[in-house]
Design a protein around this ligand. Structure first.
Ligand code: PLP
Length: 386
């Protein structure tokens, strides 16, 4: 049986090779320490689980939810935005619930892109930007992120002709995988460009709360005029250790939010209301959760940065995200280095090329692993270097 061209044309899954090597190592009896996956090891806070349990008992929550999201959840989002960023949102027109932000990111191109329209996606980057554009028949182009530019894109590399065909630009700061952050000046430049060429900016703010040393990542809506051209995606996954729950949201330009809602009403029927009520609980008590998780990630970050520095790796302490993005030693290929590290130590890291061709020459480490595992990994890596 033949599958459709749009599926055949999807790029190969670049982590398959490393997954196979991990499986082989496990078979040989190696104790594998996985620092590859960005999925919090910490549990969802108990008060969020309790709220889900209560709400699951209520019959009114058992019916189809609203495709735009529970009004109380959208209001909680607007309140959180106000307290966190000082940004005003109309919860009726400028907020939509998502079944995880990945769902919204993948559906957004369907709302905005006609066949052949250009979609710019940062590279290295979260693979869904490019794949969502491809599935919608768009023409994805890479927006390269270079270390010499602090992993911020240089918009001047594209000629006028590219910008004129561009409908959508995906940005993501704090950034996965590079852990780079952006200033409001950067967002100002992006918003000006979007006004000039009439494209939409989709800013993925999944890591807005995972930040260190008193740094608080901004929202693009702190820039004047951003609501006319931008939407912002958020996830409860990373902030609240809720990756399996599938709840996120998008906010911003009302026409784009309306279009996303229209796609959703035709495809899915929203998130289980009991989960959205748990989301209300989470957003209203977010500071408590941060007071618990951020010291843990800070400690883990420090341990790993110190370990790699002691071995001569040139890395800074990231200001945000739970990732370290590290140049491979002696300019080795990222896949080759990841395989070497796995063979010698049993430690799994993610090769940079899995995030796009401009990720080559780097590897990513995730801090979403219990302290004991990170400690053991750090010791084995130290021994290898010494
Ligand atoms: C994890 C992640 C997401 C997806 O989050 P969900 O809400 O779980 O779908 C989106 N963007 C980036 C950059 C991520 O790392």
């Amino acid at each position: 049986m033949d599958v459709a061209t749009r599926i055949k044309d999807l790029p190969p899954y670049l982590f398959a090779q490393i997954e196979q090597k991990v499986a082989e190592a496990k078979k040989r009896g190696v104790e594998v320490l996985d620092l590859g996956i960005g999925d919090p090891d910490l549990p969802t806070p108990q008060f969020i689980i309790d709220r889900l349990c209560q709400e699951a008992q209520r019959a009114e929550n058992h019916r189809y939810p609203s495709y735009r999201g529970l009004a109380a959840f959208r209001e909680a989002v607007a309140q959180w935005y106000h307290s966190r960023f000082g940004v005003e949102l109309d919860s009726e027109r400028e907020v939509v619930s998502l079944i995880g932000s990945k769902e919204g990111i993948a559906h957004l191109p369907w709302c905005l892109v006609n066949p052949g329209d250009i979609v710019l996606a940062s590279d290295p980057g979260y693979p869904v930007y490019k794949i969502g554009a491809m599935l919608a028949g768009g023409n994805p182009l890479e927006l390269p992120l270079y270390p010499q530019n602090n992993f911020l894109p240089d918009f001047s590399i594209f000629p006028d002709s590219v910008w004129k065909k561009t409908r959508l630009v995906f940005l993501n700061y704090p950034n996965n995988p590079t852990s780079a952050v952006a200033t409001l000046d950067f967002f100002r430049e992006a918003v000006e460009l979007a006004h000039r060429y009439q494209f939409v900016i989709a800013h993925d703010l999944a890591y807005s709360e995972i930040s260190f040393d008193g740094y608080h990542p901004p929202s693009i809506f702190q820039v004047e005029g951003a609501k006319e051209v931008a939407v912002e995606f958020h996830s409860l996954s990373k902030t609240f250790n809720m990756t399996g729950w599938r709840i996120g949201f998008a906010v911003g330009n009302d026409k784009v939010i309306e279009a996303l809602g229209r796609v959703k009403t035709n495809i899915d029927s929203g998130i289980f209301n009991a989960i959205q009520w748990a989301g209300v609980e989470a957003l209203s008590r977010y500071q408590e959760v941060l007071d618990w998780i951020l010291p843990i990630y800070t400690r883990r970050r420090n341990l790993l940065v110190e370990t790699f520095r002691s071995l001569g790796f040139d890395i800074d302490y990231p200001q945000a995200t739970f990732y370290l993005w590290i140049p491979t030693p002696q300019e080795r290929g990222s896949m080759e280095f990841a395989s070497y590290l796995l063979d010698k130590t049993g430690v799994v890291v993610t090769p940079g090329q899995g995030f796009g061709k401009y990720g080559e020459g780097f590897f990513r480490i995730s801090l979403t692993t219990p302290d004991e595992v990170l400690q053991k990994a750090a010791e084995r890596i130290r021994k290898l270097g010494g």
